[in-house]
Design a protein around this ligand. Structure first.
Ligand SMILES: [Zn+2]
Length: 113
């Protein structure tokens, strides 16, 4: 049974996962920060979401559109606040925190957004 599951993961993106395959998987965001583990799979007219047990009685609902990859772990897009933090002045090259309105990085001269 386990072998079949592992085979199903390698290959194309257009694969479906059963609830049993998803529950218990560890969830990370793109910054390799551990969010928690899948507690349940939720269904609605709008689509599917995973319920993530983030510890300390905290549960997060993550729509499937926020999932980047499903493998041995589940990888999520960063939340909008983190994306904004990257755009606002932080240099993509050296990660120096510039003034939010800066056009060039003070540290290495890279053109900023
Ligand atoms: Zn820089």
């Amino acid at each position: 049974m386990r072998r079949v599951i592992e085979l199903a993961y390698s290959g194309s993106e257009k694969l479906y996962f059963s609830k049993e395959q998803l529950v218990g998987k560890v969830v990370y965001n793109l910054k390799a920060k551990k969010i928690g583990s899948v507690a349940d799979v939720l269904y609605s007219k709008a689509g599917v979401a995973i319920l993530v047990d983030a510890g300390a009685d905290q549960r997060l609902t993550v729509p499937s559109s926020d999932i980047v990859e499903i493998g041995d772990i589940i990888l999520l897009k960063p939340p909008p606040s983190e994306v904004a933090a990257i755009i606002k002045g932080e240099c993509p090259k050296c990660h120096f925190k510039n003034d939010p309105h800066a056009r060039f990085c003070k540290e290495c001269g890279t053109l900023l957004q």
